[in-house]
Design a protein around this ligand. Structure first.
Ligand code: PMP
Ligand code: GLN
Length: 383
């Protein structure tokens, strides 16, 4: 078997979800909403399954969805994107990331990851023959340091991966941090894979800024979005990539042999989602911000120190505030005893990064208010 996969522990998400089910815990580990997204999108999906398309659609995605992706780029970021040469529909951001790494990396090429990072990046890069260089973000601000990034770049570096808003940290990259990445990409002639799946979940009146909007980044950035995250339909498995035409061609060729096409009827429904009015997106972020605030106050009442959460589904706690010092043991303990599941931040590091911090855990708050209140009560009763 390929050790890239077979030597790795099982993903932390199914591991914690299984344990949560077994012991009857509220699952605030794996990130998925407990309420499905807009009925209008689900109705559009049902109708499209009746009316078609139900056969292979174009490899790049349906023209309807690609046009909606281009319009979305214009509406939110002022980007002028040609739908037919600069967008690609993929089977979830996960497949888009795999297509990016397989399409761009030649064995031996180096990729820079900012740690902690979403767990699929490392095996996907390694399976593509890439070599990873890590830049550790230092808690509790997790700010990107320009010198640390520079030190990770070599003559073999082909790309940097960024993720903003960030899973697991809930951090939104500042303009200064985006400038650091853009500056390095320009000087070293690099691509930047931009995981922007939480682009619609930025709080406190702030706005998401794609790296692609910075000078010189239009040709270098590969911007990946997810219908799962933007419409609370994680099982739809549709993502979308925006990039310059040569990059889209490179990814499309990898996508052809990974997924071939994505489901056309679901693409029709996602296009309807991207065409929703501004109020859907405003309410979506405001609603999630309310959940963050509700659960953050529950965590505080239980005695936890929480770190800043500027976006996403996730909030980080410092487990030392409740007298613990091993995040993996902590997550198991609270799942089994307090009956609330979380995931350890150390799982978002590469297995070789043995010095990863072990004092942080991630809770997912994209759940109904009554669920968050019950989880808060359980944690307060336990600690
Ligand atoms: N990137 C990040 C940062 C994520 O959190 C997720 C979803 N868990 C993905 C990518 C994958 O998204 P999708 O479900 O669209 O494959
Ligand atoms: N992205 C989700 C999370 O971080 C889970 C996705 C998955 O289970 N692969 O929790």
């Amino acid at each position: 078997f390929n050790p890239v996969y077979s030597d790795r522990a099982e993903s932390i998400f199914p591991t914690m979800s299984k344990l949560a089910r077994k012991v009857g815990a509220i699952n605030l580990g794996q990130g998925f909403p407990d309420e499905d997204g807009p009925l209008a999108i689900r109705e559009a999906a049902a109708q499209a399954i009746i009316d078609g398309p139900n056969q292979y659609v174009p490899v790049e995605g349906t023209p309807e969805l690609r046009e909606a992706v281009a319009r979305d780029n214009k509406r939110f970021y002022g980007l002028d994107i040609d739908p037919m040469s600069e967008t690609l529909v993929v089977s979830g951001a996960t497949e888009g990331l795999a297509a990016a790494f397989q399409g761009l990396l030649v064995p031996g090429d180096e990729a820079v990851l900012l740690a902690p990072f979403y767990e699929s990046y490392a095996p996907q890069i390694e399976a593509a023959g890439g070599v990873i260089r890590f830049v550790d973000l230092e808690p509790p601000s997790w700010r990107l340091d320009a010198k640390a990034l520079e030190a990770a770049i070599t003559a073999k570096t082909k790309l940097i991966v960024i993720n903003t808003p960030h899973n697991p940290l809930g951090k939104v990259m500042s303009m200064a941090e985006l400038e650091i990445v853009a500056d390095a990409a320009r000087r070293h002639d690099l691509y930047v894979v931009c995981d922007e799946v939480y682009e619609r979940l930025v709080f406190d009146g702030e706005r998401h800024v794609p790296l692609m909007t910075l000078p010189g980044m239009r040709e270098r950035a590969i911007r990946i979005g997810s219908a799962g995250k933007s419409f609370s339909l994680t099982g739809f498995r549709i993502g979308y990539v925006t990039a310059s035409a040569p990059l889209i061609t490179a990814l499309m060729k990898a996508h052809t042999h990974l997924a071939y096409t994505s489901p056309g009827a679901i693409e029709t429904a996602v296009a309807a989602g991207l065409n929703l009015g501004d109020d859907y997106f405003e309410n979506f972020a405001a609603d999630m911000q309310g959940k963050r605030d509700l659960f953050a106050s529950g965590l505080a009442a239980a005695g936890f120190e929480t770190l800043a959460c500027e976006g996403t589904y996730f909030i980080t706690v410092d487990i030392r505030s409740v007298g613990r010092d091993d995040d993996t043991a902590f997550c198991k303990e609270i799942t089994e005893k307090a009956k609330v599941a979380a995931v350890p931040i150390s799982a978002f590091y590469h297995p070789s990064q043995t010095g990863a911090p072990r004092y942080y855990a991630r809770f997912c708050f994209c759940k109904r208010p009554d669920v968050l209140e019950e989880a808060s009560r359980r944690l307060k009763a336990y600690f």
